[in-house]
Design a protein around this ligand. Structure first.
Ligand code: MLT
Ligand code: MN
Ligand code: ZN
Length: 315
C-alpha cells in the first residue's frame, strides 16, 4: 500500500493553447476580443508544450518547443538550476510532430552549450531538415543530436532519456495532420504525429500525452484505458467551430483534431476512462476557454479538466 504514496513524476504545463495562442494576435473572435476587452472571464494561454521530470531529478524533458518558449521559461524558474555560468534544466526534447507551434521554439534554444538532444520520428526529421529546415539552421549554432523514434514490429518505440533513468517513454503513431507546409499533409506515410506514454520505471504510474489526436484508432484505446493521466487534444469543441464563427471553412477533423462534442467526440472517448483527464492544445475559438460558458461547465461536469499555463501535475 505504501507505493500508492510515492510520487514518481511531475508534469508542468508550459503552454496550453493551440497554434496562435490565446488571445491570437490578429483574432477578434468572441474569446479573443472578450479576453482583450475583459468582457469574458478567461485566462491567456501560450502555445502548447509540457515539461516532464522524475521526482528525483532537477532536470526536465520538454515535449514540444513552442514559439512562446522564452516566455514560458521565464515563468518557470525550476528549469534554471544555475549550476554554471550558462546552464539549463532542459536536457532533451521530444517532438510529437513538426507543426510550427511545436517546433519553432527550438530556434530560441540556439545558445545551448550542448547539442540539443531531440527525439523525433523520421517523418518529423525529414520535415525539419527539408521544407522547414530548422534543424539545419541549428547546426550553425548549438547543433542537434537527433535520436530517431522508430516503431518496432508491434508499432511502438520505447526509449529512456539519459538522466531520466527512472522514466520510460513509449511513442505510438497517431492519426492527426502533418503541417500545411509538409509534403506529408496530403500524403501521410506514418510517423507524422505521435502520442507519448511516460511511465516510471516501476510502471506504477502512466501518463499519456497526445495534443494532436484526430482519430481514435484501435491501438489508442488500450493506451487511454491503461493510463493514470491522459492529456489529449482539446483543440475544438465542435467540428465546425471555425466555420460557424466565420473564421475559416476548416472542420476540426480535417485539421487532424477530434472535437470534444458530438458522436464519437473526445468527451465520449474519455467518458469510460478512470484516468485523470485533461484537455490541452486548446484553440482560441473554443468556448471552453470562457469560464462562464455552458460548454466549459459540461466538460467539467464530466470530470474532464482544462489545462492552463503553469499547471503542475504529480503522479
Ligand atoms: C494545429 O495543430 O493544427 C496547429 O495548431 C496549427 C498551427 O500551429 O498553425
Ligand atoms: Mn498545433
Ligand atoms: Zn480568436
Amino acid at each position: 500500500m505504501r507505493d500508492l504514496y510515492i510520487l514518481t513524476m511531475k508534469i508542468r504545463v508550459l503552454g496550453s493553447a493551440a497554434g496562435g495562442g490565446f488571445p491570437q494576435w490578429n483574432c477578434n473572435c468572441k474569446n479573443c476580443s472578450g479576453l482583450r476587452n475583459q468582457t469574458i472571464q478567461a485566462k491567456a494561454r501560450t502555445q502548447s508544450s509540457i515539461a516532464v521530470t522524475s521526482t528525483d531529478s532537477c532536470n526536465w524533458v520538454l515535449v514540444n518547443a513552442s514559439p512562446d518558449i522564452l516566455t514560458q521559461l521565464k515563468q518557470f524558474p525550476e528549469a534554471q538550476p544555475a549550476r554554471a555560468i550558462r546552464d539549463t534544466g532542459i536536457r532533451s526534447i521530444v517532438l510529437i510532430d513538426s507543426q510550427i507551434d511545436h517546433t519553432t521554439g527550438l530556434l530560441m534554444l540556439r545558445e545551448s552549450k550542448e547539442k540539443l538532444r531531440i527525439y523525433c520520428t523520421d517523418a518529423v526529421y525529414e520535415d525539419l531538415t527539408t521544407v522547414n529546415p530548422i534543424l539545419n539552421v541549428l547546426s550553425h549554432y548549438c547543433g542537434v543530436d537527433w535520436q530517431p523514434i522508430r516503431f518496432d514490429s508491434s508499432g511502438k518505440s520505447e526509449f529512456v532519456v539519459p538522466g531520466f533513468e527512472n522514466l520510460r517513454f513509449t511513442a505510438y503513431p497517431l492519426k492527426s495532420k502533418a503541417p500545411p507546409y509538409s509534403r506529408r499533409r496530403a500524403n501521410p506515410s506514418g510517423g507524422e504525429t505521435i502520442g507519448v506514454m511516460i511511465e516510471d520505471a516501476g510502471a506504477s504510474k502512466r501518463a499519456f500525452y497526445a495534443p494532436g489526436l484526430g482519430e481514435i484508432e484501435n491501438h489508442v484505446k488500450p493506451l487511454l484505458g491503461s493510463a493514470d493521466l491522459v492529456m489529449v487534444d482539446g483543440t475544438f469543441f465542435t467540428e465546425n467551430e471555425m466555420e460557424s464563427q466565420n473564421i475559416a471553412p476548416k472542420a476540426a477533423r480535417s485539421l487532424g483534431h477530434l472535437p470534444q462534442s458530438g458522436v464519437g467526440g473526445m468527451l465520449e472517448v474519455l467518458k469510460p476512462l478512470h484516468a485523470r483527464k485533461i484537455l490541452i492544445h486548446i484553440n482560441n475559438t473554443n468556448p471552453i476557454l470562457d469560464e462562464q460558458s455552458p460548454e466549459r461547465a459540461e466538460v467539467l461536469r464530466r470530470g474532464v479538466e482544462i489545462a492552463e499555463d503553469g499547471m503542475e501535475i504529480f503522479l
